[in-house]
Design a protein around this ligand. Structure first.
Ligand SMILES: [Fe+2]
Ligand SMILES: [Fe+2]
Length: 315
């Protein structure tokens, strides 16, 4: 297995958009295409899928497991905690596939009317190809781990069907960032963690490297759109993103994971809800995103209230 490259240069790029400058669309896309040429991975050959799982290692860092530090967690055996980390990793990978499939459709819709040979369209196609590889990688990880796939509820599945069909561009990019940034924050803590299974570390490392440019593309586009779009569209984006944040935080971990490791589902849900540690984890994970959305004017009015009620934004 070859070693993935240092992520520092891309990290700097993502952070540089905090400067708040509107950058030329074609120029941004050209740089992202360049980065894609240098740092793209084929997970099928990059990772060792034949290695067996390592005894005594976590499938997700314990502090990022939903029940961590709750009274229920304290009663669980170490084996049961590790098993929960295996199921939650499968649940998050399932959520990742759901988001990526939605994103692929949003990107296809986004470029439908744009110039075919532009860098902006070429980069969107590159990103769709990245997401195809990621979804296949996550599916393979779930299968390998032996836990089931965890689809979101039927209601959220259908709600997203509606949103991905009717959402306008700024709403689509806000949803994209919501799906990418919080999971990305968790994955940045996962891939360097030596307590975690090597395969999970490899998967999260590839994902972090390739997602850095996705986040940049979505941020640049959203920043432009919020300046240029009509007022009704900006308002619609504020409300729909607040609703998306609520759905996101509810469906983040599928509660079936608790039952599948032998816990009482209702008790586990209640303890996660009451957990100060979990609240802190989710708000820390969302902070980079909510700071950015606040800066470009997405977190206002009713939309802001919805974000607070999602638990991702402090009051
Ligand atoms: Fe992805
Ligand atoms: Fe992505």
């Amino acid at each position: 297995m070859t070693t993935a490259p240092d992520i520092a240069p891309m990290e700097r790029e993502v952070l540089s958009d905090a400067l708040g400058l509107l950058k030329d669309r074609e120029q941004v896309a050209e740089r992202l295409l360049e980065s894609s040429r240098k740092h793209s991975f084929d997970p099928d050959t990059e990772l060792d899928w034949d290695a067996s799982w390592e005894e005594g290692k976590w499938y997700w860092p314990p502090e990022l497991v939903s029940l961590y530090d709750t009274p229920l967690w304290k009663r669980m055996s170490e084996e049961q905690r590790m098993d929960l980390s295996r199921h939650e990793a499968a649940s998050l990978a399932s959520l990742g596939i759901w988001f990526e499939v939605i994103l692929m459709q949003l990107l296809v819709r986004h470029i439908y009317d744009k110039p075919l040979t532009s860098n902006h369209v070429r980069y969107a196609l590159t990103e769709i190809a990245d997401e195809c590889r990621h979804s296949m990688m996550f599916a393979r990880l779930i299968t390998q781990g032996g836990a089931p796939a965890y689809p979101v509820s039927r209601f959220h599945h259908n709600l997203a069907r509606l949103l991905k069909t009717v959402s306008t561009t700024p709403g689509s990019f806000t949803a994209t960032l919501l799906g990418e940034e919080i999971l990305d924050w968790m994955q940045r803590l996962t891939f360097p963690d030596e307590r975690v299974q090597t395969l999970v570390r490899g998967v999260t490392r590839i994902h972090v490297i390739e997602e850095a440019r996705h986040v940049r593309y979505a941020r640049e586009e959203l920043r432009r759109q919020m300046v240029d779009c009509p007022r009704w569209e900006a308002e619609l984006t504020r409300i729909s993103s607040g609703e998306a944040a609520r759905v996101f935080s509810i469906s983040f971990v599928n509660p079936q994971v608790y039952e599948n490791v032998g816990l009482n589902k209702q008790e586990a849900i209640a303890q996660v809800k009451a957990s100060g540690h979990r609240k802190e984890v989710m708000q820390s994970g969302a902070k980079r995103l909510t700071d950015f959305l606040d800066e470009i004017g997405v977190l206002r009015g009713v939309g802001r209230k919805l974000w607070v009620s999602s638990g991702l934004l402090p009051k």
